[in-house]
Design a protein around this ligand. Structure first.
Ligand code: NAD
Ligand code: FES
Length: 285
């Protein structure tokens, strides 16, 4: 069993879980991910790591309650365990000295951008981070990101904190100062990564995105995570999860990601029917 040793609520429906997994923590690098299975009959869920500590033997995950399985994971408490904790998987971020880099995190995508920003800063880069959230109460890990960045620009969709606008407006503000970043990392919802890549293409700024399609085995065998990158089929689990954002076919990736939305909604309604105390007995509200 891989035991939860710490839990913290970061925002509505977003929790941080620190989990004892010494073998994974000893090898983990920024950009890699793990696949967890909570119970014997649970589905396998891929999650990018927010942090890892080889000395403590722990890995930290940030989980958003978006579906049936992630809701159960988000309910895990200290002392609870996971039956499987497989990783680290995927290819690590190419940490090197590039010059000025932008680390763009949207919503829960701020969690996986954290170790990347930390690694890039330790390698001697000037790190400017652009963090986006729909509103102030949904912004996560601001202090942690300030600790690993030379500058942090906060954007909220509704203007309740920082500057009003999307992360793309934050990138635009940096470019308007006459700064051309050497590389941009962007992690968040698919539509955000598509917008960032579309925004940076005319400026010819290398833009790396982290794709999180549906995954099953995580080892390149099942094909569930396939993407079209530069006109070729690529598997996010073994060829990624990071790819050149200018080459990713986001429209196809978003279509594939929506494929099981109906089943997911049904599973959520069934979970509600089992767990709600409103007496409906049928869920769906
Ligand atoms: P969200 O919808 O709250 O959006 C976060 C920010 O993204 C917004 O505040 C905005 O700045 C930016 N954004 C959104 N739409 C945009 C657009 N059209 N143009 C420019 N910027 C835009 O994000 P959320 O609810 O936290 O996101 C959840 C999604 O992120 C889930 O689908 C999850 O799978 C995904 N995610 C991806 C990764 C990854 O590794 N790629 C990691 C964690 C989460
Ligand atoms: Fe099966 Fe990537 S998850 S090939």
């Amino acid at each position: 069993m891989y035991q939860v040793v710490r839990k913290k609520s970061l925002a509505d429906a977003v929790v941080l879980l620190e989990i004892k997994a010494p073998a994974v923590a000893a090898k983990a690098r920024p950009g890699e991910f793990i696949i967890v299975r909570q119970f014997e009959n649970s589905e396998r869920i891929p999650l990018t790591m927010m942090d890892f500590d080889a000395e403590k033997g722990t890995v930290t995950l940030v989980v958003q309650d978006v579906g049936y399985s992630s809701a159960l994971i988000a309910q895990a408490a200290p002392g609870d365990g996971f039956v499987d904790f497989v990783g680290p998987l995927g290819r690590a971020t190419e940490i090197a000295r590039y010059g000025t880099v932008l680390c763009v995190g949207g919503g829960v995508g701020i969690a996986p951008i954290f170790p990347i920003a930390r690694g890039l800063r330790a390698a001697g880069n000037h790190v400017v981070s652009v963090l986006g959230a729909r509103s102030r109460d949904l912004l996560i890990l601001e202090e942690e990101m300030r600790g690993v960045s030379d500058e942090v620009i906060v954007m909220t969709d509704d203007g309740s904190y920082g500057r009003k606008g999307f992360v793309t407006h934050g990138i635009q503000a940096v470019l308007e100062r006459g700064v051309k970043p050497d590389v941009i990392w962007a992690i968040g919802p698919m539509i955000m990564m598509k917008s960032v890549a579309a925004f940076t293409r005319p400026f010819d700024i290398k833009t790396i995105v982290s794709m999180n399609p549906i995954m099953v085995d995580g080892t390149g065998m099942c094909g569930a995570c396939r993407l079209e990158v530069g006109g070729k089929t690529r598997f996010a689990c073994v060829d990624g999860p990071e790819f050149d954002g200018h080459l990713v076919n986001f429209d196809l990736a978003m279509k594939r990601a929506a494929f099981y939305k109906g089943e997911e909604a049904l599973a959520k309604r069934q979970e509600h029917a089992l767990t709600c105390d409103c007496g409906c007995g049928k869920g769906g509200h």
